[in-house]
Design a protein around this ligand. Structure first.
Ligand code: SF4
Ligand code: SF4
Length: 289
């Protein structure tokens, strides 16, 4: 399984204290993505020259030129001494293979730290792109009695295969209108809406998480589309997030241009009003802070 990060999380990625694996590769291209290093399936170097004056001296192939990294040179560097030998803080590698055995060992030695309701969360990127490995690992963890959560974008044609293995599905929903979804996430959302509707119809333990960006999906018209969709399918729980562009420094560190700038979170009071409107028809909708 290919991951780009792993680490502890408390209360955001499912209940309790959780150990989270971030799987590399995503089929969406959200304009506001906070983890651009998780989008490509290929390993990538994040370069932060401001973190170390010694960055250039850790590379004998002269790939560091001032504040720039010549990534074509890095592409032919198998040993990566800047990271593997010097552990220089200017370099981070996003993307490495981790075996099922390593994950089982990782998790079993942390079990006592999960507390009563914690466990393991698989996030991304889009974890379902590695469905076979994901289910294999998850089923092993389940046999050890580990509570399992998956954060995903609900786009997998194999979405139903998650139902029996995971204790909670956290599903991102970017917007309702398919043309808008293509514009802001790079692909349509027919499968997403179908999957989310199916999970509700089958009474699956699911939280729908909606990242809100004022200019993109919290316009008056899209708000009405959300309302119509939710009032039709009646989900158990919706969480809204007022999104900021957390990914900007990472795009820079990846040597990429952020696809969208100057996006803004919606006005808090307007989101709270929208939550009240949904609550008034019996739908549990909250704003996460
Ligand atoms: S990956 Fe290799 S070529 Fe690139 S900076 Fe590190 S040592 Fe130099
Ligand atoms: S689905 Fe998530 S990981 Fe993928 S591009 Fe969108 S925000 Fe980024």
């Amino acid at each position: 399984m290919r991951v780009f990060a792993k680490g502890w999380s408390n209360g955001f990625d499912g209940p309790g204290r959780r150990f989270v694996y971030y799987l590399k590769g995503c089929n969406f291209r959200c304009l506001w993505c906070g983890s651009p290093e998780g989008i490509s399936f290929e390993p990538e170097i994040l370069f932060y020259p401001e973190r170390s004056e010694l960055a250039a001296s850790c590379c004998d192939k002269k790939a560091v030129k001032g504040n720039d990294l010549m990534r074509a040179i890095c592409g032919n560097c198998d040993t990566m001494p800047c990271i593997n030998v010097w552990h220089n803080r200017a370099f981070e590698l996003a993307g490495k293979e981790i075996t099922k055995l390593e994950i089982i060992q990782d998790v079993t030695q942390r079990v006592t730290m999960f507390g009563g309701d914690g466990g393991v969360t698989f996030s991304g990127g889009e974890p379902t792109l590695q469905m076979a490995e994901l289910l294999d690992v998850a089923q092993s963890l389940k046999s050890h009695g580990i509570n399992l959560v998956i954060e995903n974008n609900a786009s997998s044609p194999r979405f139903r295969e998650l139902y029996d293995t995971f204790d909670l599905l956290i599903c991102d929903l970017k917007c309702i209108t398919s043309e808008l979804h293509e514009k802001i996430a790079g692909t349509g959302n027919d499968m997403v809406l179908e999957n989310i509707s199916d999970a509700v119809a089958n009474d699956i333990n699911m939280v729908i998480r909606v990242p809100l960006i004022k200019e993109l999906n919290f316009t008056v018209s899209e708000r009405e589309c959300f309302y119509d969709f939710f009032s039709k399918i009646r989900p158990g729980k919706i969480e809204f997030l007022r999104l900021h562009q957390l990914g900007l420094p990472k795009y820079k560190a990846l040597g990429q241009i952020c696809p969208a700038k100057n996006l803004h979170p919606p006005v808090q009071a307007e989101v709270e009003d929208f939550c009240k409107r949904l609550c008034s028809i019996g739908i549990n909708a909250t704003l996460l802070h």
